[in-house]
Structures are given as structure tokens and as C-alpha cells.
Design a binder for this molecule. Structure first.
Ligand code: PA5
Length: 376
């Protein structure tokens, strides 16, 4: 994985700050006591065994969850093009019906995922479906002693604990993402290996060898209010949704924030690119280039388009950088996930924002509960 900052317009020595600043950011991160990096060492034997035991019995795995409790599974299913793993993260009756009609209820394992255990969308779907589905078809992931945990105890269905001090949007590489992925037969061990490899780099105290620090400094220094993640890699389409949530919910606070926009290359060259080229000069563009596609003539053309787009933006002084990935396997995805998680964590340190909470959505939840009384 390689980052190319040559189209940024600022010399890298001015961009990346000092070793002292990096040490301060690492210290700040450490004091937040977030465990999404240390959890990469948690044993996954129980989860893998459960997955192996269940795999043959079920044709479909449906996750009931939302936000950080759903986007990880969605991203994994789409990256690996896995049709066994589905996610229900909406109350839209048409969407729910479509999923229910598409599965064999008896041969479906329902995975209810909620850190708090009480999220409206998730519990509503669970309560709607539970009466018709036996306990053996359920498994949950939640914090111990949540109402969902108690529900699983009463129903006598298996439960996996979410590790402490990991927010939803940082939880993809815990039981939240790994359990459904493993049941669907995805290579979770390789994913973790890639993540562990990137962990070494994002915790590195050397500015020149820390890609998350470099990315966060580039984003912060250029002070653009919008960030565009251009994936020239169709497997990363849903990665864009996961990445959008990570940026929006983590950094959008105190009247500040960076608006994330997930774009696909070359498709959005025919949609967003005009705005980014000649609209307000407020975009920081990151291009993800998959080098493995160059084995195909089509891929060669696609990467030439990427090159032309980045150069045309640079000529206009519109900053962009390119992240080259060698392939689209599990190891690379693990690396990408940790790279972005830690880039956001560093941005929080640089901007004095707590990226690990989401107070802005609470009022809406309270009002929803009040309004729900009207239909009870
Ligand atoms: O990132 C987050 O913390 C949120 O998006 C949550 O994941 C989302 O609100 C769902 O919460 P819960 O897992 O408690 O059901």
C-alpha cells in the first residue's frame, strides 16, 4: 500500500508536521482508552468455531443492526461479493419484505447486533420476527447486560460480547463484523492479519512511516471542508458508506466537520467531477488505485483515467492524493480499515474533537420515543 502526495501542492516536509506533534497525537489517542486497535489481538476461536458449526445449517445470514452495527457486515459482504450475508438496517416495509421474501426462514440465521442493545430499528425488527422463528436460528452481539443480552438469555440463544470501549463505527473488526462474516465463510483471519500489519504502521512514531498521520495532516493542513474518497475499485463501493459514517459521525461536532463524499471511478467522472473541478475550491480528493486491475486491458484503461483525472485536478490546483493498493484481498481490506480508523482518530486529536461519541443524534432519539407513544 503506497500513498502518493505529489498532487497536493504543498511540500511534504511542510505537510506532515514534526515527530513531536505525532507523539502528542499518539499520547492524546492513548488517553481516550479506545480499544479498536488492541481488540485485533482478541482470540477469535469461539467465534470461528460457532461459525463453522453453523455454516452448513444455514443458507443465509441476516444481520439486524444499524449504523456501526450494520455497515461493517455490509462492507464485508459486498467486498467479497458474498450473497449469503444480508443486512437489514431499515424499517422501510418494502425493503424488509423484499429480504423476507428472498430467504428461506428455516435455513436463515438471524444475527442481531446492537452495542447498546436498545436501538429502535434493530429491536423493532427483532420483535417483529422473533415470534415466528425458533431460538436456534438466533444469535446476538451486544454489550453484556444490555436489554438485548437479557433477551438472548431468556430466549436461550447464543450471545457474543462486544469488547468494551469500542464505538460502533470502529467495531467492524470485532465480533460485530467478524461473526456474520465468519458464518458467511469470509476469511476473517486474513482480514485481521492485514489490520494488525497496518496497526504497526499507524502507531509508528516516525512521521515518514506513519500513513494515517500523513493522511490526517494532509487533510487538516489543506483545510478543505469536503473530502472525496474516489474508489477506482468496484469492490469498495460499500466501503464508501462505511467510510462516510466514520468521517461524519466522528468528526462532525462543535460546529466543525469535514463532509465526506464517497465517489466511484470512473462512474462519477461523469457526475461529481465537474463540481469538484470547477465548483467551489473546497474539496480534498483521495483516489484509491487498485494496481491489480492492470493485468486486464480494461483495468489498464481505468487506471489511465484515474491518472488523467488526478493530473487534471492538480493542474487546477485542486489537491488530491492517491492511495495505491496492490490487490483486493482480505489482507488489503484489513489494512484499509485500520488506516482510515486511525486517520480519523488523528484528525480528532489535531482538531480537538472527541471522535468517539455522537451526542448530536440523541435528541432525535428522545423525540422519536415521545412521538411513538402517539401510535401505541
Ligand atoms: O457508530 C455508532 O456508534 C453508531 O452508528 C451506532 O453503531 C448505531 O447508532 C447503532 O447503535 P447500537 O449498536 O447501539 O445499536
Amino acid at each position: 500500500m503506497k500513498l502518493d502526495f505529489s498532487n497536493i501542492g504543498v511540500p511534504t516536509e511542510k505537510l506532515f508536521g514534526s515527530e513531536k506533534e505525532l507523539a502528542k497525537a499518539l499520547k492524546g489517542f492513548e488517553t481516550k482508552k479506545q480499544n479498536f486497535l488492541s481488540a485485533l489481538d482478541d482470540p477469535i476461536d469461539a467465534l470461528s468455531k460457532f461459525a463453522q458449526d453453523k455454516r452448513e445449517d444455514y443458507d443465509t445470514v441476516v444481520v439486524l443492526g444499524i449504523g456501526g452495527s450494520a455497515l461493517g457486515a455490509r462492507l464485508l459482504a459486498d467486498y467479497f461479493d458474498n450473497e449469503k450475508l444480508l443486512v437489514l438496517d431499515t424499517l422501510d416495509p418494502y425493503a424488509v419484505e423484499r429480504v423476507l421474501k428472498s430467504v428461506n426462514m428455516v435455513r436463515t440465521l438471524w444475527v442481531v447486533i446492537s452495542k447498546s442493545g436498545g436501538t429502535l430499528e434493530t429491536t423493532t425488527l427483532r420483535d417483529l420476527l422473533a415470534p415466528g422463528i425458533p431460538a436456534k436460528n438466533w444469535v446476538i452481539v451486544s454489550e453484556k447486560d444490555s436489554s438485548l443480552w437479557k433477551w438472548a438469555e431468556e430466549k436461550k440463544c447464543p450471545a457474543f460480547e462486544m469488547p468494551q470501549n469500542i464505538g460502533g463505527r470502529f467495531s467492524i473488526l470485532t465480533s460485530v463484523g467478524l461473526l456474520p462474516a465468519a458464518i458467511a465463510g469470509l476469511p476473517v483471519d486474513k482480514l485481521i492479519k492485514g489490520a494488525q500489519k497496518m496497526r504497526e504502521q499507524v502507531l509508528c512514531k516516525d512521521v515518514a512511516r506513519n500513513p494515517a498521520w500523513q493522511l490526517s495532516c494532509a487533510i487538516n493542513t489543506l483545510k478543505r471542508e469536503k473530502i472525496v474518497n474516489w474508489a477506482y475499485c468496484s469492490a469498495l463501493k460499500t466501503f464508501g458508506a462505511w467510510w462516510t459514517q466514520l468521517f461524519a459521525e466522528s468528526l462532525g461536532k462543535k460546529g466543525k466537520g469535514i463532509t465526506p463524499i464517497a465517489a466511484m471511478g470512473p462512474t462519477d467522472q461523469h457526475s461529481l467531477l465537474q463540481l469538484i473541478t470547477e465548483g467551489d475550491d473546497n474539496f480534498f480528493n483521495i483516489f484509491i488505485k487498485d494496481n491489480s486491475i492492470e493485468r486486464s486491458p480494461l483495468g489498464k484503461i481505468m487506471n489511465i483515467e484515474l491518472r488523467a483525472t488526478t493530473q487534471s485536478l492538480a493542474e487546477l490546483g485542486r489537491p488530491n492524493c492517491t492511495l495505491e493498493i496492490p490487490n483486493r484481498n482480505a489482507h488489503t481490506l484489513g489494512e484499509l480499515i485500520v488506516l482510515w480508523e486511525m486517520t480519523v482518530a488523528f484528525l480528532g486529536e489535531l482538531r480537538d474533537v472527541n471522535v468517539f461519541d455522537q451526542p448530536g443524534v440523541e435528541r432525535g432519539k428522545i423525540l422519536t420515543q415521545e412521538f411513538l407513544k402517539e401510535i401505541e
